[in-house]
Design a protein around this ligand. Sequence first.
Ligand SMILES: *[C@@H]1O[C@H](CO)[C@@H](O)[C@H](O)[C@H]1NC(C)=O
Ligand SMILES: *[C@@H]1O[C@H](CO)[C@@H](O)[C@H](O)[C@H]1NC(C)=O
Length: 390
Amino acid sequence: MAKQSITFILLLLFVLLYRTSAGSVYNVIQLGAKPDGQTDSTKAFLSAWSGACGSASPAMIYVPRGRYLLKQATFGGNCKNSAITIRIDGILVAPSDYRVLGNADTWLMFQGVNGVTLNGGTLDGRGTALWACKATGKNCPDGATTLTFVNSKNIVINGLSSINSQMFHIVINGCQNVFMGGVMITASGDSPNTDGIHVQLSTGVTIMSTGIKTGDDCISIGPGTTNLWIENVACGPGHGISIGSLAKDLNEQGVQNVTVKTVIFTGTQNGVRIKSWGRPSNGFVRKVLYRDVLMKNVQNPIVIDQNYCPRNESCPGQVSGVKISDITYKGIHGTSATAVAIKFDCSRTNPCRGIRLEDVKLTYPNQPAKSSCTNVDGSAYGLVEPSSCL
Ligand SMILES: *[C@@H]1O[C@H](CO)[C@@H](O)[C@H](O)[C@H]1NC(C)=O
Ligand SMILES: *[C@@H]1O[C@H](CO)[C@@H](O)[C@H](O)[C@H]1NC(C)=O
């Protein structure tokens, strides 16, 4: 009996030891980070990363409570690891002087990584002074995107908050299989270029249960985005969920298979928008489903605009080469803040095809709402109000 218990205890100890060594934890404070919001902790974070990245077994980077000042940091390298969890209980803050990151393009960037999970945390880009500079329009730098994933795969971003980004909050570029859930994005409604989540050249991106209040697009979808799923998102203030701007370049990858489901827009400039420059391009948008969308006082609830050309830059004939087809709007309800609730302004040489409206009811206070169609082909099913111009 006694022999058996000793064997059992030894076995238990062995299992416990094995588990701890298999799951190494890199605590940024033990590596020299200071949770005082003042001391530059970039080096400690990078050394936690190189530890986790260099280890072949699952690893965790742990950021305890407190504020950590970080300068530009790129987390990359050919990691041995494909299971790194970064658990953030604290707040990461950008330098208070926006000129430090002003021309850096990115603040926190993950490059060429596989199997990274970000759990919790707040990222504070401290963008307000830069926005104020831009409002007066004098020699202001562009600013940095708060969080970027580039050329990466199998990424999870869970319960993260981003506040007051200088430019975009989150960019997913050249990635495969990205899940974002419970993300909270906040910036002032008049902050310039603070897109919430931008996705491009990426496949298999899912954005779930996310709240976005910002000064530009809540979600912007660039060329080369396929198999994108957006569900249970609240947007506003902001410029809506936008595919585009496309046709910026002649050679562009298309956007295909996008689902936007159970979304609420509150007081936004647009609801669901597809936008392309009036320029030659070989790009396309096909197979998009918008369903169960609630519009609350939205300026342009449903809009396709293929005539975008600010400052008349290189838009010969103002004709877009982007081919838009197979777009379904189903169960779109609520109020428009302007008379034109549905607007399809498509390309003269590439009319929109296969546009489908079903169970749409958008009202404009005290007056009938209108729909407007240019170069568009499609059909309406069931109740559609304002009556469809298709
Ligand atoms: C479309 O994308 C979804 C994910 O958003 C995916 O599950 C589905 O398989 C894709 N459909 C096709 C035909 O690729
Ligand atoms: C843009 O160009 C078109 C055609 O060249 C011209 O008719 C129009 O006035 C221009 N608009 C602006 C704002 O410059």
